[in-house]
Design a protein around this ligand. Structure first.
Ligand code: HEM
Ligand SMILES: *[C@@H]1O[C@H](CO)[C@@H](O)[C@H](O)[C@H]1NC(C)=O
Ligand SMILES: *[C@@H]1O[C@H](CO)[C@@H](O)[C@H](O)[C@H]1NC(C)=O
Length: 329
């Protein structure tokens, strides 16, 4: 049996002992350390300041990702969040890859059906990588993808600020096929695919809350643009309720419905219904962890750039334009 690789992030300058309570990893991290010390990846960020270039990137992306008409995050934002998942998760603890920029640097990856719909954002992120690399050569494509996702998340109303690191190494070698789940993957297989990346079933259920902002285009092209909850472009928790209640105008992915019903995940899934704060608290560390998968030398080379990510937007519910669902498609 393989051993899971858990990730423990030390606060800058913290010792391992004082970090055991960090960001909700507390007891889990402690257990993991006791059980398989060599297999836990300890991320100890450098004591360095975040390179100033990321503040410029954040300013540009905040504009890129906002729909100024309806105050929601737009198509590019949603695609950027999905891209962050796809660059990192075509990896497991026994094959290399992970968050390495290969989604935008290895053209073959974009030809895979699971990456359909990411073409436009990938072209934009590649151009941004090149633009900002000319200003600061430490900018990598892998970091651009994760940083863009964090900016996209705070641009969606109710999107929380995710702890965000830079310092990843790029690779232009296409990642291993078959490690990303698809919309018809059975729930047990999805849970296993994530477990093989060191991501628990609970973390998986928090992560797919990203579908609260989402629209599908390629699962059923006759319903292109139909959202996965009644408020696309908002990172609320309506997704968790709508996946089961299936209101008119919502397209429920088979994989989401399966996870909502699977005895291994249904309690966690239903537990997020109406629970924005609990979801944010579970989503943010899981998203940080997702963004650290498979990083070469990750334990020494990372710098915390969370401060360069804009604050979550406070958008009064009354200002977010309410429309019949089908008008918003
Ligand atoms: C459980 C495994 C998952 C499956 C099977 C899955 C599958 C899908 C599918 C089929 C789409 C629609 C794509 C299209 O038709 O254009 C989609 C969209 C999306 N997914 Fe996932 N996903 C999963 C997990 C995640 C995770 C973990 C994240 C991020 C943390 C994520 C973020 C998104 C976003 C933001 C979109 C919307 C893209 C857009 O509106 O253009 N997904 N996903
Ligand atoms: C912005 O939102 C409005 C209203 O929902 C929509 O009609 C428009 O297409 C969106 N614009 C962009 C660029 O996404
Ligand atoms: C990782 O993926 C490879 C390729 O699909 C597979 O052969 C291997 O069994 C997987 N390993 C783990 C730990 O999941």
């Amino acid at each position: 049996m393989y051993m899971l690789k858990s990730i423990l992030i030390l606060a800058t300058g913290a010792s391992l002992a004082s970090a055991l309570d960090f960001a909700g990893y507390g007891n889990k991290a402690l257990d993991a350390i006791k059980r398989n010390l060599p297999d836990i990846e300890i991320i100890k960020p450098r004591q360095a300041l975040c390179p100033a270039v990321w503040t410029l990137v954040a300013a540009e992306l905040s504009v890129t990702f906002l729909n100024t008409t309806d105050l929601r995050c737009n198509d590019d934002a949603r695609a950027a969040i999905r891209a962050a998942f796809h660059d990192c998760a075509s990896w497991n603890t026994s094959v290399p890859g992970g968050c390495d920029g290969s989604l935008i640097l290895a053209p073959e990856e974009l030809t895979r059906p699971e990456n359909n719909g990411l073409q436009e954002i990938v072209a934009k992120l590649l151009a941004l990588t090149q633009k900002y690399q000319a200003i600061d050569s430490s900018v990598t494509a892998a970091d651009m993808i994760q940083f863009a996702s964090s900016v996209a998340i705070v641009t969606c109303p109710l999107g929380p600020k995710v702890q965000t690191f830079v310092g990843r190494t790029d690779s232009s070698i296409a990642s291993t096929k078959g490690l990303l789940p698809g919309p018809t993957t059975p729930s047990a297989d999805i849970i296993t695919l994530f477990a093989n990346k060191g991501i628990s079933a609970d973390e998986l259920i928090a992560l797919i809350g990203a579908h609260s902002a989402s629209k599908q285009f390629h699962v059923d092209s006759t319903q292109a643009g139909v959202p996965q909850d009644d408020t696309p472009g908002e990172l609320d928790v309506d997704f968790y309720a709508d996946t089961t209640s299936k209101p008119a105008g919502v397209f429920v992915l088979q994989s989401d419905a399966a996870l909502a019903a699977d005895p291994q995940t249904s309690a966690t899934f239903q537990g997020f219904v109406g629970k924005q704060a609990q979801w944010s608290a579970a989503f943010t560390p899981a998203m940080t962890k997702l963004g650290l998968l498979g990083i070469k030398g990750g334990s020494t080379g990372l710098t915390d750039c969370t401060a360069a990510v804009p604050l979550s937007r406070v958008v009064p519910r009354s200002l977010v334009r309410r429309q019949p669902i089908m008008d918003r498609v």
